[in-house]
Design a protein around this ligand. Structure first.
Ligand SMILES: Nc1ncnc2c1ncn2[C@@H]1O[C@H](COP(=O)(O)OP(=O)(O)OP(=O)(O)O)[C@@H](O)[C@H]1O
Ligand SMILES: [Mg+2]
Length: 371
């Protein structure tokens, strides 16, 4: 075969095909485009499937709840709560009694008895004295059930604008149930929740997130298969203000520099403390007006608890963020909050300024490790 002949040209062409991208820059561009095309649908699919998973968890939690007896949106006053007579109550109390540690149990029971009378008066005064207009968040006589388990037995509380309010209590007291009811994951059988002057009980959780009620759930519930950045993106899922989203991401990175270092790391491979930072960071990406934090100190070493609570204080003092904080670590919660509520088996048994509760002998005996 003669070189340069048509025949040899065809043979060479078969062996070394000509593509325009075989040279330098063009090749790099072509490869980058191919990478983008290859990865984007997979990443989106992954994000969507994990989001779907989260929604499924939420729906399964919702379906555990018995449908309310009154039609939804019914503003009729519901029949008064039967005091200590519901059969379900004994179940609840036995469950929670099993769960509480033996230390402090007697003190807690004694405290319940002594302040039972004060409790009901205080709750009534609270409900009457604080209208929904005054407080950013106001709960009035909430009754919440899981099936026939009576979890909240007339909870009334309020959170003022710019306040840090904490709910403390033993295992099974109803702290998480209270937060889930506020954030729309559970629907109360009766009672009301007002936010910024509007009634919101029964409103869908995603609508409430868009209105600024954002929860960092117990156990963090971060998306383990996504990177830190992708988790933060999920927090901003309902937002369209791109520039503000990027500003908020930078703010989260300023609050938690560790997250910036790890922004491309898969969240599931991070330590417990880092995951808690991410859970709070993700909540901040939703642009909250009121941040609901469920046990941010759970399972963390004291030094990390200190860091997380320092950020909580900073968010409140520098940005005026309203925070409702649920904690079992009463010592640190009472140091951080302005006011506190003590919950026991679905009831508020004590409330007041955090400093006062921290020095109260009953609270000290039951929750602060005193005698
Ligand atoms: N999905 C559910 N189905 C049935 N009962 C539930 C469900 N979730 C909570 N409960 C019950 O409701 C009560 C209040 O639970 P909740 O999770 O609100 O307590 P908690 O104060 O947050 O406790 P912890 O400090 O352990 O998180 C408990 O007795 C619990 O057993
Ligand atoms: Mg809980």
């Amino acid at each position: 075969m003669r070189s340069g002949s048509a025949e040899s040209f065809r043979a060479n062409k078969r062996r070394v095909p000509f593509y325009p991208w075989r040279t330098g820059l063009a090749r790099q561009r072509w490869l980058a485009a191919r990478r983008r095309l290859w990865h984007t649908p997979r990443r989106l699919h992954r994000i969507n499937s994990v989001a779907l998973h989260e929604v499924t968890i939420r729906m399964s939690e919702e379906t555990q709840q018995q449908p309310p007896q009154a039609p939804s949106g019914d503003t009729q006053p519901v029949s008064p709560q039967p005091e200590h007579s519901a059969a379900s109550e004994s179940h609840l109390e036995s469950t929670s009694d099993e769960e509480v540690s033996s230390r402090g149990t007697v003190a807690r029971q004694r405290m319940s008895q002594r302040i039972a009378a004060v409790d009901s008066q205080a709750q009534q005064a609270d409900a009457a004295g604080r209208t929904a207009d005054e407080a950013l968040l106001a709960l009035n006589d909430l009754q919440v059930y899981y099936g026939n388990i009576h979890a909240l037995k007339g909870i009334s509380l309020h959170v003022g604008r710019g306040e840090v309010v904490t709910i403390i209590g033993a295992n099974g007291a109803g702290k998480s149930t209270t937060l889930k009811t506020i954030s729309g994951l559970l629907k109360p059988r009766s009672g009301t929740v007002h936010y910024d002057g509007r009634r919101i009980d029964g409103v869908a959780a995603e609508t409430l997130v868009a209105r600024g009620i954002v929860q960092a759930p117990e156990g963090r519930r971060i998306f383990a298969n996504l990177t830190v950045n992708e988790n933060l993106d999920m927090g901003a899922y309902l937002r369209r203000d791109r520039n503000e989203i990027e500003r908020d991401r930078e703010r989260v990175f300023t609050l938690f520099p560790r997250l910036k270092e790890r922004r491309r790391q898969r969240a599931g491979t991070m330590s417990g403390g880092e995951q808690q930072m991410l859970a709070i960071g993700r909540a901040l990406m939703s642009k909250p007006r009121v941040l609901l934090l469920d046990e941010p100190s759970l399972g963390l070493a004291p030094v990390l608890v200190g860091q997380i609570f320092e950020v909580i204080r900073q968010l409140n003092s520098e940005e005026g963020l309203t925070i409702l904080l649920v904690e079992q670590n009463a010592a640190v919660a009472l140091k951080t909050a302005h006011r506190a509520y003590v919950l026991e088996t679905g009831r508020v048994v004590m409330q007041g300024p955090a400093e006062e509760l921290a020095t109260n002998p009953e609270v000290q005996a039951a929750y602060l490790g005193g005698n």
